[in-house]
Design a protein around this ligand. Sequence first.
Ligand SMILES: [Cu+2]
Length: 143
Amino acid sequence: MEKRFAAFFLVLLVFFLGCTQPQQSNGGTPISNGAGPDGSLNGDDAVTPAGGETKEFDVRAFQWGFNPSKIEVSEGDTVVLRISSEDVDHGFNLPQFGVNKKIVPGETVTVEFVADKKGTYRFFCNVFCGEGHEQMEGQLIVN
Ligand SMILES: [Cu+2]
């Protein structure tokens, strides 16, 4: 009985070591992107896209359009839009970049995304705001 118990305990011990060792090696050798100053100096794998700048725009929604209606950025830029409404409730929908916000008068909605693909993308109002609602749109141009 005692031998069997000892053997069982040994098996448990082996399992325990087997489980804990990978965890220790993971913790002991962190990939550490940006943890150490050496890593960021040597790192070719930049965290931010090369050449990507942050471009900020104040966008005003009104019946029935956006000002500016044309927003131009470069591929890789981080785009920050501060959107407000001049009159009634509007929407700001830019589906290709996952943006879908309701814009209420008196509040500024800030959205941020990375323009990671070239092209011309339509943004539009998706909150019914009157007879010109269907024509309320603009363009995001990523060069
Ligand atoms: Cu609308």
